[in-house]
Design a protein around this ligand. Sequence first.
Ligand SMILES: N[C@@H]1[C@@H](O)[C@H](O)[C@@H](COP(=O)(O)O)O[C@@H]1O
Length: 403
Amino acid sequence: MRFFIRNDAAAASDHVASYIVDRINHFAPTPAHPFVLGLPTGSTPLGVYKSLVETYKAGEVSFENVVTFNMDEYIGIPRDHPESYHSFMWKHFFAHVNIHPTNVHILDGNAPNLEAECVEYEAKIQAAGGIDLFLAGMGEDGHIAFNEPGSSLASRTRVKTLAYGTILANSRFFGNDLDKVPKMALTVGVQTVLEAREVVVLALGARKALALQRCVEQGVNHMWTLSALHLHPHSMIVCDEDATLELQVKTVKYFKDIEQVARTQGFQQILPSEVRTGPAPVPTTIVTDEFPAPTIHSPQPTTSRLLRATPATEYPLRSRSSSPDFSARHLLATPETEYTQDTEYTLDSRSGTPDFMPDSMASRIGDPSLLRRTTPNPEQRQPRQRSKSPALVSASRLNGIKV
Ligand SMILES: N[C@@H]1[C@@H](O)[C@H](O)[C@@H](COP(=O)(O)O)O[C@@H]1O
């Protein structure tokens, strides 16, 4: 996941808007091959829409061959209600750019059959060739679209009951009257979003800080559905400084450093070209006599090893140790080498996995029957007598160990 932090909401919104413009222009959409854009509502994307409209008016982007799919819509308020997502999208974006109304798709929260509406919506996304870029905001509880905490991460477009926290948060658009906020909505699912070729999330303000922290620093969790983005190969979060308030300083520094290094090295984090220009052909493996099918080595069964065998020789654990055996083995491999910290570093970087230490799970379990092993346990072997090389003696002095 890429993560960009900007000083304020305006800079973060501009970053996202110019990113979208770049994607559309690079895609060079045509009527037969339109760019398919997923869109959110809420206060968060307002700056992005404003910037996109300005860019369009400056002649730097066209929405002529852009097809859109909105994330969600309330159930039970008229389409022309000022707070319906239909009204929102036309007011803030569609009415100001050259998009064809027939290319705009927004779920109908008043459809006679809501389930059928959802199924049809997924089919329309498929028919359009899938979504190239899904822009999203996030709820204060980390929801994406209206996928409230506890939503299945495999969910698709469906009817969703809104969480109390969401109703409370969105009541500001309904005169702070909770009774006026719809209690249900239609929403694309988490899986619908994950199937987009790219997902871009904008998070602004301190009220998103906790959710952002959960989604960026913690694992994939169905209670913070935006965290499912970690499963997406091309996802990006852009936020302002206020939204980082709950993140660890080292997390913020790390992501800022990545961006800085990329800039100074002239390396842009761009997507593979096939992602940017529509669906890539499915790769096929050509098998000939000259290039036979590769052998796939199946992993060794682990059960027996866990129960009573000696995994150490096959799967050594990577734990640093100052045991005599550790030092001796390394030095015996290069007896002419004088043991210094530098030498150890050289060995590390050359071998990649220098610090193997025999171990076995069975030895940690206090079950006497596990000591009856059928294969030799390296830990119980008698140490072999080794001659003391000069290097070994030198190392022993440095480490204070007996060899
Ligand atoms: N369904 C929408 C979400 O798509 C949006 O991300 C969220 C955040 O809204 P805001 O940007 O106003 O904080 O609001 C609603 O719940």
